[in-house]
Design a protein around this ligand. Structure first.
Ligand code: ADP
Ligand code: MG
Length: 387
């Protein structure tokens, strides 16, 4: 978190790199960094500012990312290879230490947000194909021309190219850059002269506007939410986050990738190469086309082992409608293959009938879909299976 060695707590109006870049609002974060929309006063454009956590390992990872992204930029002078463009980098000293900062081109929402906004349908095969084409151009470039394995492809590391570019289209994005830190609120500061006061008033208004979420920069998903369709929205996308990427001939980590996108050879530790990225790519394409998330898969697995979830439970959540239709069936996953726990234990895990029966008797009441029905720890302690 925000402590020594951790994230840098930036605020709108904060300046970086000797005043050149001015923080506007937070765009996102990952395990290693926070990412801000920033205004580049030198070139009058919006950029993304990635502020790495300060501890040594994070700094090291950021320097590695800079090395790889520099090669990416060098080999792609026209910036057409569907990989994020590194524009600059520097170090920033804050209360939590020294943070390596990367300036990259500003992009739009991630595929994760796109999937979430469009949960009910998948995004349509035409659009899946467009996204696949972009991703494959990027992967072909990284793999064949540069010798880089990304190793952490997943929806949150793929960003749509923003159709609303505040740098090119400030009117449509409705955004005035904040050039100074706001005063008279939690941010503190003193007003010196009248003109400066005016400037700061404007900055404060801009902050108020942002905090009310009236402006959405690069919000492809937000735009979709408003218009309820994606027609006319370019689905070009770019690969970001090279914090774990590596040169294929200098592999560091044995365990790569995020669980749901992890290739089998990585799980069994038999060595990996570019094809590990291809595995993740296929998982992402599946997710986009079916709209089926790991959460829905997880629910399906539960019901195959434990039976159908009672309507009272399945309809009771704020996200129920995302997953269940009005009959209490999963919306996207049809034809569950019911396979009770004791059978799983016998047929798959080689338990004897009586071991399976005893263990299932112990576990099944705890795996009740209705939370109030589950026995407490104290009640479980009294179960005959333990005694
Ligand atoms: P980490 O290594 O900490 O995961 P990322 O590079 O993945 O950092 O960035 C974290 C998040 O910040 C992304 O998932 C995305 O939401 C946002 N982000 C990163 N780069 C950009 C960019 N160039 N434009 C817009 N948003 C970005
Ligand atoms: Mg990331």
């Amino acid at each position: 978190g925000y402590r020594k060695g951790g994230y840098h707590a930036a605020r709108p109006g904060d300046r970086f790199a000797g005043g050149r870049f001015v923080a506007q609002r937070k765009l996102g974060w990952g395990n290693f960094s926070t990412v801000w929309l920033a205004y580049d006063t030198l070139h009058s454009r919006f950029v993304a500012l990635k502020i790495q956590k300060s501890a040594r390992d994070y700094a090291h990872a950021a320097l590695h990312e800079i090395e790889l992204l520099s090669a990416v930029a060098q080999g792609d002078p026209t910036n057409s290879k569907c990989v994020v463009r590194l524009l600059d980098h520097f170090k920033h000293v804050g209360p939590n230490g020294q943070h390596v900062c990367l300036i990259t081109e500003f992009l739009g929402d991630s595929l994760l947000r796109l999937i979430r906004y469009n949960r009910n349908k998948g995004i349509g095969l035409r659009r899946v194909k467009e996204i696949c084409r972009s991703l494959l151009v990027g992967l072909d470039y990284l793999h064949r021309e540069l010798g880089i394995i990304h190793t952490d492809l997943k929806p949150e590391n793929i960003l749509l190219v923003s159709t609303i570019n505040p740098a090119k289209d400030p009117v449509r994005s409705g955004f005035t850059p904040i050039l100074d830190r706001p005063v008279g609120n939690q941010y503190g500061g003193t007003v010196i002269s009248f003109s400066e006061k005016m400037l700061k008033m404007r900055a404060r208004l801009a902050v108020a506007k942002i905090s009310q979420r009236r402006v959405s920069l690069g919000g492809v998903a937000a735009e979709f939410e408003k218009e309820r369709n994606l027609d006319g929205i370019s689905l070009k996308c770019k690969i970001v986050d090279f914090g774990n990427a590596c040169w294929a001939d200098q592999q560091l980590a044995g365990e790569i990738q995020t669980r749901q996108y992890r290739a089998p050879e990585v799980i069994i530790g038999s060595g990996y190469s570019y094809s590990a990225d291809m595995w993740s790519f296929a998982c992402i394409a599946f997710e986009l086309a079916t709209g089926c998330s790991e959460d829905e898969d997880h629910l399906a697995l539960m019901m195959e082992t434990l039976g159908k979830m009672p309507r009272k439970i399945s309809s009771s959540g704020t996200r129920s409608k995302d997953y269940f239709d009005r009959h209490g069936d999963l919306k996207r996953i049809r034809r569950l293959k019911f396979w009770p726990l004791d059978c799983v234990l016998v047929e798959r895990y080689n338990f004897t009938e009586s071991d399976a029966q005893g263990f299932a008797d112990f576990l099944l009441p705890i795996l009740d879909f209705t939370p109030e029905n589950r026995p407490s720890a104290a009640q479980c302690l009294k179960h005959p299976w333990l005694n």
